[in-house]
Write a protein that binds this ligand. Sequence first.
Ligand code: ATP
Length: 330
Amino acid sequence: MRTITLINGDGIGPEISKSVVEIIAASGLEINWDLQTAGADVADKEGTPLPERVLESVKRNKIALKAPVTTPIGKGFRSVNVQLRKSLDLYANLRPCKNLPNVKTRFDNVDIVVVRENTEDLYAGIERQIDEDSAESIKIITRNASERICRFAFDYAVKNGRKEVCCVTKANIMKLSDGLFLDTYRNVANDYPQIKQREILVDNLCMQLVQNPTQFDVLVLPNLYGDIVSDLCAGLIGGLGVAQGANIGKEYAVFEPVHGSAPDIKGQNKANPTALLLSAIEMLRYIDEKGYAQKIENALFKTLTDGIFTADLGGSASTTEFTKAVIERL
Ligand code: ATP
């Protein structure tokens, strides 16, 4: 039996984790969950929101399913999410954004995969105050990091039967940094003649995404553009309750929803478990449990097709009712 780390998070994390664990168990797939608590409550008890035992567990098991974890504010803790990405070198942020059946959105047939570089760019955190009235942030782009993210995007495209990988930059203005990213993309693309190449400037991409998103397939972007564009794409498919994600490195992978811990609805049995469930389905595909992934996805899609929704999608089902409905359709 496969052992997978489960970080059940805080806020709505424990509720949606319970839902997903129950659905996977009901599908017939046996997983030994290595439960690891993290976040605000843990910080009070263990002095840090991300104890070493959590990292050790992911290193041991290689794969984790993670519910949202809040970093306590104002106590000097580094972001749990950033720390996890850094410590495990999870260099690729993967966000598949696909329309779900019966979930009302502006466009049908959106099926975009956003591949965001996770380790450098303006998010490297190199900033300084020059004087009281000026500050600077440094944008770091390296060939190594650009190459591994572009290769990741093309490999993903090949493995998942996608047709095109589009490189998103602002290389006309940032000729050196974004220029390096684009140049690296072109070199990597040459190794994948079966995948179509496309280049687009990030401002044009944003306009195209809100006017005609179905033209895009896989997007590969440096960190900052990737952060913004992936939220735009989440909006295209129905928002936070359904937006899945993953952070993947050479050795480890952590699958997690895009949304935060939603403290406003904590403990009210209202949260939508779909985003975490979709992240788990992608995780099952990643570990080659494709049959179970498909079975669970079918049951989820049937639940939505039957008009069973949680409150965030305009329905009246509670988290537990929604979970039960998915299980009944397995
Ligand atoms: P963070 O800073 O941790 O990202 P946040 O408050 O900025 O937190 P979220 O926690 O993602 O962002 O929540 C934003 C809003 O979306 C909340 O008001 C919450 O009610 C709603 N929301 C987020 N996730 C879900 C979900 N799974 N089901 C229902 N509503 C959700």
